[in-house]
Write a protein that binds this ligand. Structure first.
Ligand code: 5GP
Ligand code: ZN
Length: 114
């Protein structure tokens, strides 16, 4: 996807603060962090959102979740706890249409999600 921001980050055309990378995913710091640790985990293949998952690309979910655990360990937020959020669709506040998981931590999070 030529103009997708996250595809451009994956290709190295836009700089990012990478936290973790493997064959399937990249994890980098959110440019506008909501919490002291705020990392985005994205598949290297362009998938627009959770709604873009299908039988051909569903294995990315496993790769993403494995990477989330690595990110939590690398950043140290696995000790006190962290929250994972996926906004799916404009109505849920999704602004970048390349599937991404927000990994949030480094502070005490409110028990209420919204
Ligand atoms: P969404 O609202 O789609 O769930 O989340 C998109 C996230 O991407 C936002 O938290 C926003 O701060 C982040 N973001 C948007 N553009 C960039 C960018 O160029 N670099 C990085 N590191 N994060 C970005
Ligand atoms: Zn993309």
């Amino acid at each position: 996807m030529e103009n997708c921001i996250f595809c451009r980050i994956i290709r190295g055309e836009i700089p990012s603060a990478k936290v973790y990378e493997d064959e399937h995913v990249v994890a980098f710091k959110d440019i506008n962090p909501a919490t002291p640790v705020h990392v985005l985990v994205v598949p290297k293949t362009h998938i627009s959102s959770l709604e873009g998952l299908n039988g051909e690309n569903i294995e990315n979910v496993v790769h993403i979740h494995r990477a989330i655990k690595k990110v939590a360990e690398i950043t140290g937020i696995n000790k006190d706890g962290y929250r994972v959020i996926v906004n799916c669709g404009e109505g849920a506040g999704q602004t970048v249409f390349h599937l991404h998981y927000h990994v949030l931590g480094g502070t005490k999070l409110n028990e209420k999600i919204i």
